[in-house]
Ligand binder design. Structure first.
Ligand SMILES: Nc1ncnc2c1ncn2[C@@H]1O[C@H](COP(=O)(O)OP(=O)(O)OP(=O)(O)O)[C@@H](O)[C@H]1O
Length: 249
């Protein structure tokens, strides 16, 4: 479902991604973990066709993100930090206009809005204009908009940031429910407890390199640590860990 090979991204002379290779399958929630500046957003923007790699290749469901970018955009859903909403439209109008972009039949759109209302607890958010939203309301509509067309690959970049505990809980439950055959969710965060809860496998990114890829329990066993945050520090502080990528399954 996702195949990333030796991606390098340079901003001028600065190397943000330094040879990243990863694979992920349908049916999993795959976590991308790392501190600020690790390169998570850069990698996800490349996968979302918003940024070109300096070198290397990436494909989503067999479609190359550079060559087939238009087709890739139709099968992915993206949530990232700076996403605005048209302030004069209600949530329902925003979702309908996005569904129109994907040529969804109106009946399907309405059914999908009803499903998302239930899953994301949209409630009155649907009928209030976006200009009046709280942070939590805005983020829920941004997420609903990203999945209105049932994307094969959902890319969530720090999607829980700024949410209160209620909205965060709704989001994490929603992410867990995206685990479906033939679908992949990429979940980037620097909050290890979120990843520990929702991700099947995680890649730990540090200074533009993949330090580790594996299932969360295997990572804990391998490092002898009791939670993902401690395992993360264990790996990042180990000089030998920088030399090669470790796989734990
Ligand atoms: N447009 C740009 N020009 C120059 N440097 C950039 C640009 N975008 C990102 N960088 C640098 O690339 C590195 C990786 O940034 P990126 O945003 O991908 O990291 P991140 O892991 O998503 O971190 P954060 O959690 O802070 O968003 C950082 O050092 C950042 O300063």
């Amino acid at each position: 479902m996702l195949e990333i090979q030796n991606i390098v991204k340079r901003y001028g002379t600065f190397t943000a991604l330094d040879g990243v290779s990863l694979q992920a399958q349908g049916g999993e929630v795959f976590g991308l973990l790392g501190p600020n500046g690790a390169g998570k957003t850069t990698l996800l923007r490349i996968l979302a066709t918003l940024l070109s790699p300096t070198s290397g290749t990436a494909s989503v469901a067999g479609l190359d993100v550079t060559r087939d970018s238009e087709a890739v955009r139709r099968i992915i859903g993206v949530v990232n930090g700076g996403m605005g909403l048209p302030t004069r439209l209600t949530g329902r109008e925003i979702l309908r206009s996005f569904a129109d972009l994907y040529d969804m039949p109106r009946a399907r759109t309405e059914a999908r809005i009803a499903e998302l209302d239930e899953q994301l607890e949209l409630g009155r958010t649907l009928d209030v204009r976006a200009g009046e939203y709280s942070t939590g309301m805005r983020q829920k509509v941004v997420i609903a908009r990203a999945v209105i067309h049932e994307p094969k690959v959902l890319i969530l970049d720090e999607a829980a940031s700024g949410l209160d505990i209620f909205a965060r809980r709704t989001l994490l439950d929603f992410v867990a429910a995206t685990r479906q055959p033939g679908r992949l969710t990429l979940y980037s965060t620097h909050v290890m407890s979120e990843a520990e809860e929702v991700c099947d496998r995680v890649a730990i990114l540090h200074e533009g390199r993949v330090l580790h890829v594996g299932a969360v329990p295997a990572l804990l066993t391998q490092t002898g640590e009791r939670n993902l945050e401690r395992a993360f520090f264990h790996l990042v502080r180990q000089p030998a860990a920088r030399a090669e990528v470790h796989h734990a399954v």
